[in-house]
Design a protein around this ligand. Structure first.
Ligand code: NAD
Length: 471
């Protein structure tokens, strides 16, 4: 049993004013593995005050000083990558391939932002005017459990590069990962108050941060429903917002695709992080002319996935994070059956041989149309829908007929063809033929997948105010 009973304010690990204890579980065993003491409104206020005090000095640091600090943060986080990976496995059961990527990615985000900063000009000349870009002020960040360390590192790196100071409310379900990360960040030796970390509930610490008059910007990653309430709360004091929200990504198999590689990409991005990923490609759009072959291959590939405890490196699908999430996914599988879709593989209940842990059978629905709730709503589990289409125009129409617009995928043997289709998709990112992540390229959503972009120059600009001086 672990006890996490400190928050990080003004350069120190301190006992929070809040007294509520929150249980932490290992989702593979359903056992309680720890408790975190949650902060409250008073802790959030103290963290904002510390960030406000640190702002004048930090906002005057030079580009070279910020780059040096980002490199130190990278080194400190990289040195803890094994501990971060172990915490992610224990606390939410993420499969090892995902965990390995996430731990390295979290550290590299600081180097990526250092590279962006290197090339960035804070003073520009536009139409005869001098345009200066200055830090927006104190930034409040809020992270989800499925991408806790990545969200913290991305948001922190960007805020610091812009010259802003920072308060994060991590997911209350990710306290072990947050503790490992906080110790690493502390070791980097930033001035007190530049960043602060307050564990707490969304409706307590989160609500305080998103309404506090001294917070200039909120950067949030999480569900669309909470994003909406944050936007309302931020409007009162006209806070700037970056919102990274949910998704229901289409994965379009063009008729000319090589099905062997296409199916392997579909399985990889469809079941990424056990299906608990905003960027998961969960709507598989298949040409009707090749539907039988697509279904045969997909069924075999999904049936071969290994479900189990992520301590086993050969496992590709781990447990759902919580009983609540398990119930939610089961509810959607029942809903799909009720809506008239057919199960190609998987179904309700635990996989055979697993009688404890919040494990779900990787499931694929066929006979789905895009009006069904299983095709429109984010399930956030290992559940895919196959939707047939007649021609390319219909594929694009179905792909764009969604309240979401985060990440889409296109599979084709002809890259130029895939590119032409990608240009017609209403979403923030399109990945062709399983292309790797591009860390300096913008990331974010159209429509109800969010507002604004993270990463690289676009992320940095979202943390700056623009002043034009004429004459
Ligand atoms: P969530 O929205 O329930 O919670 C996210 C965070 O918001 C948590 O820290 C929570 O405590 C906090 N919160 C809750 N209520 C709040 C309030 N009223 N005010 C302020 N903060 C509040 O999401 P989750 O279940 O933790 O994460 C899964 C969701 O996140 C999915 O919808 C997923 O698609 C989305 N997500 C999006 C991205 C992206 O980059 N677009 C990345 C990862 C996850």
């Amino acid at each position: 049993m672990r006890t996490i009973d400190k928050v990080y304010i003004d350069g120190q690990f301190v006992t929070p004013h809040g007294e509520e204890l929150f249980d932490l579980f290992n989702p593979a065993t359903e056992e309680r593995i720890g408790q975190v003491r949650l902060g409250d409104e008073a802790d959030a206020k103290a963290a904002v005050a510390a960030a406000k005090r640190a702002l004048p000095a930090w906002s005057r640091t030079t580009k070279a000083e910020r780059i040096a600090m980002l490199r130190r943060l990278h080194d400190a986080v990289a040195a803890r990558s094994d501990a971060l990976a172990a915490a992610m496995i224990e606390e939410y059961g993420a499969p090892q391939a995902f965990v390995g990527f996430s731990a390295a990615h979290a550290a590299n985000l600081f180097l990526d932002m250092a590279e962006t900063l290197e090339a960035f000009e804070f003073t520009q000349t536009v139409g005869g005017a001098e345009v200066t870009l200055q830090p927006v002020g104190v930034v409040a960040a809020i992270s989800p459990w499925n991408s806790n360390i990545g969200s913290i590192c991305s948001k922190l790196a960007t805020a610091l590069a812009a010259g802003c100071t920072f308060v994060i409310k991590p997911s209350e379900m990710s306290a072990i990962q947050t503790q490992v990360l906080a110790e690493a960040l502390h070791e980097a030796g930033l001035p007190a108050g530049v960043f602060n970390i307050v564990n707490g509930r969304g409706d307590v610490v989160g609500a305080e941060l998103t309404s506090h008059p001294d917070v200039a910007k909120v950067t949030f990653t999480g569900s669309t429903a909470v994003g909406r309430s944050i936007m309302r709360s931020a409007a009162e004091t006209m806070k700037r917002v970056t919102l990274e929200l949910g998704g229901k990504g289409p994965n379009i198999i063009l008729p000319d695709a090589d099905l062997e590689s296409a199916i392997s990409h579909i399985v990889m991005v469809g079941f990424l992080n056990s299906g608990q990923a905003c960027i998961a490609g969960t709507r598989v759009l298949a040409p009707r002319s090749r539907l039988p072959e697509v279904l045969d291959r997909l069924k075999a590939a999904v049936a071969a996935l290994k479900v189990g405890e992520s301590t086993d490196p050969t496992v590709t699908v781990g447990p759902m994070v919580s009983q609540k999430q398990w119930d939610r996914v089961q509810g959607y599988i029942r809903l799909g059956i009720g809506e008239g879709a057919e199960i190609l593989v998987g179904g309700e209940g635990r996989p055979a041989g697993l009688d404890r842990g919040w494990f779900v059978q990787p499931t694929v629905f066929t006979g789905v149309n895009n009006d069904m709730r299983i095709a429109r709503e984010e399930i956030f589990g290992p559940v895919l829908c196959v939707i047939p289409y007649e021609d390319e125009d219909e594929a694009v129409t179905i792909a764009n007929d969604s309240p979401y617009g985060l990440q889409a995928y296109v599979e084709s043997a002809d890259r130029a063809h895939a590119h032409r289709v990608a240009e017609r998709l209403d979403c923030g990112r399109v990945t062709i033929n399983g292309a790797p992540h591009a860390p300096l390229a913008p990331f974010g959503g159209f429509k109800q997948s969010g507002i604004g972009r993270e990463y690289g120059r676009y992320g940095l600009e979202a943390h700056l105010e623009v002043r034009a001086i004429l004459g």
